[in-house]
Design a protein around this ligand. Structure first.
Ligand SMILES: Cc1cc2nc3c(=O)[nH]c(=O)nc-3n(C[C@H](O)[C@H](O)[C@H](O)COP(=O)(O)OP(=O)(O)OC[C@H]3O[C@@H](n4cnc5c(N)ncnc54)[C@H](O)[C@@H]3O)c2cc1C
Length: 504
């Protein structure tokens, strides 16, 4: 029997395991995916797209989305030691102060801005610093866009012409919004991915305090006679079912789509959902799998007037701005990524475009639409994010396309941009609904809060009413963050470790 079981070796699971082991705790880390460290796929920053839609990806399909012109789309999620942190695009975005204020409001003093900031200081090592408000004390290497072909001075110039701060703007500094700068990446000095696995777990793999079982899928949480969690039923790498027991906490780090499903399979969730799925209900928690939010991306493509080198990274420039002006906190509702030419890793996935192109990638970062993930009949997964079910979300993406049209008319991009290729016609709403897709940032499905009617975990990240069962992954995040959510998820994991170890 081990002290702690951590379920899922992704961004949050690697951090939890590391911090518990550092404190002398014994940890069993279980991961459904394989240990795969093939440099051309995981560590080479051009290779990771080869892992999408393979056995290293849960590749979860949504149900038909009315708001997406009745399409179903696939939400990729890493199934590998390293999790989505091993197959993601490595953009390092701390997000907006209001994202951390949400945590404080819902979690109380345990989640004070001071504490989440200290958690961030344990993650971030910004090697291009020192710089105001940045940390060089953490375990994860972060640097400005390391690929010159991905960076575009013309994009900066156009943003400046429209009145935004530019010239090396640090969106991870004191202010995120209304500035354009090089994107920052968790990439190391040798140009390789610095995932949560590389940063946190790789160097402790040999310690006797840690056992990593990969190819081992958690099927159900086992509850003892007093209702507390005592173990996990798994299908191990030999295909056998066994029960793994823990003396202390079991911490779920399976990500925002799979953690709520694991809880539901264990009889923890909305009673009606469980009954319909044929799972005997054990603990009524209506919010398990609810309040799902996700970011959407939309390609806006222009012909390039001249050939320029194809970048190695998916994108290299960003402008955070507020198009609807509806956020009192000033948090941006749009993240505008830009790549001056088609990225090499994406080339085989792009439709034939008949020559060189530049690509804007507007991302809806303050969505209002809310969906859910749950077990349906016969325990089939029903993933229904309700994308673009709210009018405001469609409006932001339409305005985003119009904004790109302004950007290419400014000095800077004007010299590079030829005719528009996508969207080609005036039906912008049709284009948005027909082409928006996930940016793979689901959150909210086990959200933090004090009311068990509308949240799943309390301020110590313990599942309401179930001793020894905690959740510490992206599902805890109460609302979509104002940018890519790897960093906010890692902050949650650092906080979870601190709370567990301090007994606070
Ligand atoms: C394609 C893609 C691109 C992205 N790009 C970026 C980016 O550039 N920047 C950014 O900030 N964010 C990005 N993200 C998001 C970021 O990677 C996630 O926010 C983060 O990894 C979430 O961490 P997590 O620990 O909640 O889940 P994950 O990192 O997904 O880890 C969950 C782990 O748990 C395992 N697991 C799940 N269920 C079980 C079970 N029952 N038994 C055993 N193991 C289980 C999974 O296999 C997985 O390894 C991207 C995500 C994807 C998928």
């Amino acid at each position: 029997m081990t002290q702690h079981i951590v379920v899922g070796a992704g961004a949050s699971g690697c951090i939890l395991a590391r911090r518990l082991v550092d404190a002398g705790r014994q940890v069993l880390l279980i991961e459904a995916g394989e240990m795969h460290r093939h440099p051309s796929n995981v560590e080479d920053v051009e290779g990771f797209i080869n892992l999408w839609n393979t056995r290293f990806d849960w590749a979860l399909p949504t149900v038909r989305q009315k708001g997406l012109a009745n399409r179903t789309i696939t939400v990729n999620q890493g199934k590998i030691v390293g999790g989505s942190s091993a197959i993601n695009a490595m953009m390092y975005v701390r997000c907006h102060s209001s994202d951390y204020e949400h945590l404080e409001r819902r979690g109380g003093p345990r989640w004070s801005l001071d504490r989440t900031r200290r958690a961030l200081s344990r993650i971030e090592n910004y090697v291009d610093g020192p710089r105001e408000g940045r940390f060089q004390s953490g375990l994860m290497e972060v640097r400005d866009c390391p690929d010159p072909a991905s960076y575009s001075p013309e994009f900066q110039q156009s943003a400046a012409a429209l009145g935004y701060a530019a010239d090396d703007w640090d969106y991870n500094g004191p202010r995120q919004e209304n500035g354009a700068g090089p994107l920052q990446f968790n990439i190391d000095g040798q140009g390789r991915r610095h995932s949560a696995f590389n940063a946190y777990l790789a160097e402790i793999l040999d310690t006797p305090l840690l056992e990593v079982r990969h190819g081992c899928e958690a099927l159900r949480i086992v509850l003892g006679p007093d209702g507390g969690a005592t173990g996990v039923d798994v299908r191990n790498s030999q295909g056998e079912i066994e029960t793994l027991r823990s003396e202390q906490e079991i911490i779920l780090c399976g990500g925002a789509l799979l953690t709520p499903l694991l809880l539901q399979r264990s009889g923890i969730g909305p009673t009606r959902t469980l009954e319909k799925a044929g799972v005997p209900p054990k603990v009524e928690l209506p919010a398990v799998g609810e309040h799902l939010m996700d970011h959407l991306q939309l390609p806006v493509i222009y012909r390039l007037k001249k050939e320029i080198p194809n970048p190695r990274l998916l994108t290299g420039n960003v402008l955070f701005l507020n198009l609807n002006n509806n956020s009192p906190s000033g948090a941006p509702d749009l993240q505008l990524n830009f790549t001056p030419a088609a990225p090499r890793p994406l080339q085989r996935l792009l439709p034939p475009l008949g020559g060189p192109v530049m690509i804007f990638l507007p991302i809806l970062v303050q969505p209002v639409s809310v969906g859910r993930v749950r077990l349906g009949a016969k325990q089939r997964v029903e993933l229904d994010p309700h994308y673009l079910s709210h009018r405001k979300d469609v409006e932001v993406l339409i305005k985003a396309v119009e904004f790109c049209r302004q950007m290419v008319k400014q000095p800077g991009l004007e010299g590079l941009a030829g005719e528009p290729l996508l969207p080609e016609d005036a039906d912008l709403e049709g284009y948005v609904r027909g082409n928006a897709s996930t940016l793979w940032h689901p959150v909210g499905t086990c959200r933090l809060g004090s009311d068990p009617e509308e949240s799943v975990v309390d301020s110590r990240l313990q599942v309401h009413g179930i001793a020894n069962l905690h959740v510490a992954d992206a599902s805890v995040t109460p609302y979509a963050t104002a940018g890519n959510n790897h960093v906010p998820t890692m902050v949650i994991a650092e906080m979870a470790a601190e709370l567990l170890l301090s007994g606070d």
